[in-house]
Design a protein around this ligand. Structure first.
Ligand code: BGC
Length: 743
């Protein structure tokens, strides 16, 4: 039985176990709109289910992808909006159709079928680098408002898979490697989306840690480790955000497809956590009709599955068997609960709504500014606006900024400024492409350094770039790492000879600044040679001005890494990505017919994802989790811990206004070294100003999951304020009693 797999005893994760949540919502993190009330909606949903006919009970349970993708396409209803999904409504009962669009960064362009532009937020990891739930809320509210104005009532947002491997092609879409940070941030984003009276998902549930073989990769992890890591991120996100829907994942867990995993969907999500909304499948992730009994409530994008299962076939099962009948009623009740909780029926979304593009762009710009991380500065930054000559090299920085690809791809008005296919033929050509948002860093730099002669070299020819760098006061190299859904990167190097380019430019000009536009961590063999490094991620619709603002000091950088930057792949739990040499077997009978050869063994690191793995191994990354520089200096001091409350003071000890991210870590428990983020708060401070911070520590952060519940040993717990996950202040001890509890 699958459900037994995850209950296997802990293996290598015995050393350090993590579970975290700290609710740091003081006034600065006040919830602008309360989460939806799923409980009240549930009662109304139950009443509607009682009125439904047998035929009506299989309307909400399945739907199509309403896009002409080539190949057999089911008829597309007249009221459908080009997007990821369409689920018919039930007019007689006043139940609206569900109109679904991707994703967490904005309303997606669905392979060019949409002609209207949308506002692109920076990538997920860039959003998370601000460590700012308020900002996540604003970003979510903004993209949700655009979804609604375009006629959608479901936004397939809330991507929160833990970053177990920095080579994951979707790292850019996700938030962090830490469950507390991920959960708090995704919860805020979901509240923002749903404040528009539309449904948000949280996805992809769960343990969808890589794209290589994503429909077949079989994840092995003990239940204990999963509860303390990936599942905890979802748990906190669901508590904080109350999403109407949970999207289950492509991968398998202990041999079962995640969308047909009784353990994940029934036992953990619905029974243990008491989740009241519905589970929708990922597109093409449903193996069979039995998935319904395993907890799946709705079949999405059904033409992509081996068959349509949740239609009349489900009706027939229900007519013949009371167990199926009860399940079908529950499926409807859950979908209706989400619909009523977000008032989809009372406040219908329709296309043609008003969009304040300037205001929305300002939100995207603010997110980019707060999420940019200053990684190195030998004093060259901020740049002087009086600079006479600036050489800009590479990254199409004359035209725009890079974005990540796949279902989350957003296009602005007028489309991308550069669209570079990665394949020459077939489905990949033009569909999965490197797209640059129309937001020129070069123009923005010129606007701030008005008298400078700003020149651009594309970086294809090193000698040519070097010559320009030599002639200029400052050289800024824009280095890119394009990543996409569907493909992992083979390693963490910058592609296309950019390392050589940077090294050569740095040798020619001591004032060389590297601006990285990457999906996630990259290696930097040239780090010692350059004067400054700015991680701008994929900075979204207003990336150009945001980057320029940080370079020239109009914005004091305040981003902190939400993911460790390893020095090499050899430091990772899996130096070689599982499946990178895997030969795909014949899946002609559908995903489930494939062999089990591709296994991802997450018990190697267990719940010690990211910085916890580095702490356990005692290895030094290139840049640690939580790291980021500023143009001012901060000091956090006076830590006091009383029970589960920590308080301390943050002071801006420098000359400029800026924001710090205070980070509280558990560093030891009952005599054993630990490293767990226990709380955080972003603090804005004028030069010389200070602020008292108080954080409430959720006990899950201090506990292990064992024997089916949370468990804290009695003893001394030591906490420290960290500049990042490596550089800790003095530890402060508190004695806590033993405690065990259920979810
Ligand atoms: C992705 C989901 C997305 C869905 C619909 C899938 O391939 O994994 O994140 O929401 O497609 O486009």
């Amino acid at each position: 039985m699958i459900s037994q797999g995850p209950r296997l005893a802990k293996t290598s994760s015995a050393v350090a176990v993590v579970a975290a949540t700290a609710i740091a919502f003081s006034a600065a993190h006040a919830k602008p709109t309360p989460a939806v009330d799923m409980k009240a909606a549930d009662a109304r949903a139950a009443a509607t289910v009682r009125q439904m006919t047998a035929e009506e009970k299989v309307v909400l349970t399945h739907g199509i992808m309403p896009l002409p993708l080539g190949g057999p396409t089911p008829p597309i209803p007249a009221d459908a909006v080009a997007g990821a999904g369409y689920i018919s409504g039930i007019e007689r009962l006043g139940v609206p159709a569900l109109k679904e669009t991707d994703a967490s960064l904005g309303v997606s362009y669905v392979m060019g079928i949409r002609k209207d532009g949308a506002t692109a937020l920076p990538s997920g990891v860039a959003q998370a680098a601000a460590w700012n739930p308020d900002l996540m809320y604003r970003g979510g509210a903004m993209i949700g408002s655009e979804a609604r104005a375009k006629g959608f009532n479901v936004l397939l947002a809330g991507g929160v898979n833990l970053m177990r491997d920095p080579r994951n092609g979707r790292t850019f879409e996700y938030l962090a490697e830490d469950p507390l940070l991920s959960g708090m941030l995704v919860g805020a984003a979901i509240r923002g989306v749903q404040s528009n009276k539309i449904i948000s998902t949280i996805k992809h549930f769960a343990l969808n840690g890589q794209e290589t073989g994503r429909k077949y990769v079989d994840v092995k992890i003990s239940e204990d480790a999963a509860r303390e890591s990936d599942l905890l991120a979802f748990q906190i996100g669901i508590e904080q955000g109350q999403p109407g829907s949970v999207m289950c994942a492509y991968n398998r867990v202990w041999g079962e497809q995640a969308c047909a995993s009784d353990w994940l969907l029934n036992k953990v999500l619905k029974q243990s956590w008491g989740y009241k909304g519905f589970v929708m499948s990922d597109w093409g992730a449903v193996p069979n009709i039995e998935a319904a009994l395993k907890g799946l409530d709705q079949q999405s994008g059904e033409q992509l599955d081996p068959g349509v299962f949740f239609d009349s076939k489900l009706q027939n099962k229900a007519a013949a068997d009371p167990v199926w009948q009860a399940r079908l009623d529950d499926m409807n009740r859950r979908i209706l609960t989400a619909i009523y909780a977000s008032e989809l029926d009372k406040a219908p979304a329709s296309p043609g709504g008003k969009i304040d593009s300037a205001a929305n762009a300002a939100v995207a710009e603010d997110v980019a500014k707060q999420g940019i991380v200053l990684l190195k500065n030998d004093g060259a930054l901020p740049l002087a606006k009086s600079a006479k000559s600036i050489a800009i090299i590479g990254g199409y920085a004359d035209g725009g900024v890079l974005s990540g690809a796949g279902s989350s791809q957003v296009q602005g008005e007028g489309g991308p400024v550069v669209m570079r296919p990665v394949g020459g033929k077939g489905v990949w050509a033009g569909f999965i492409a490197q797209q640059y948002h129309r937001s020129s860093p070069m123009d923005a730099i010129q606007a701030l350094a008005k008298d400078a002669k700003v020149t651009f070299r594309d970086g294809r020819y090193i000698a040519d770039a070097v010559e320009k760098a030599r002639q200029s006061e400052v050289a800024i190299v824009f280095a890119t790492q394009w990543t996409t859904e569907g493909l992992d990167v083979p390693d963490l190097s910058l592609p296309d000879g950019q390392d050589e380019l940077i090294a050569a430019v740095a040798a020619a000009n001591p004032k060389t600044i590297v601006v990285l536009e990457t999906g996630g961590p990259v290696k930097m063999p040239w780090l010692d040679k350059v004067a400054g490094v700015v991680e701008a991620w994929y900075p979204g619709a207003r990336g150009g001005p945001a980057i320029a603002s940080v370079l020239f000091g109009d914005t004091n950088p305040s981003g902190r890494l939400p993911i460790t930057f390893p020095a090499s792949e050899a430091q990772l739990p899996r130096p070689k990505l599982d499946g990178s040499d895997w030969v795909e077997p014949d899946f002609s009978g559908g995903p489930s017919s494939g062999s089990d050869k591709l296994v991802a063994d997450y018990d190697i690191e267990g719940s010690d994802v990211g910085y916890r793995w580095f702490a356990r191994k005692g290895t030094k990354p290139l840049f640690p989790f939580g790291y980021g520089l500023s143009y001012t200096t901060f000091e956090s001091a006076g830590l006091k811990v009383k029970g589960l409350t920590a308080s301390f003071t943050v002071k801006n000890t420098g000359q400029r206004e800026g924001a710090d991210v205070a980070q509280l870590y558990l560093v030891s428990r009952a005599g054993q070294a630990k490293r767990r983020l226990a709380g955080f708060q972003r603090v804005n401070l004028a030069a010389g100003a200070s602020q008292n911070v108080s954080l409430t520590i959720d006990p899950r952060i201090l506990a292990d999951w064992k024997d089916g519940g949370w468990s804290m040993p009695a003893g001394e717990y030591s906490f420290a304020l960290g500049k990042d996950a490596e550089m800790m202040g003095p530890p402060v001890k508190v004695r806590l009693p033993a405690k065990t509890w259920k979810d």
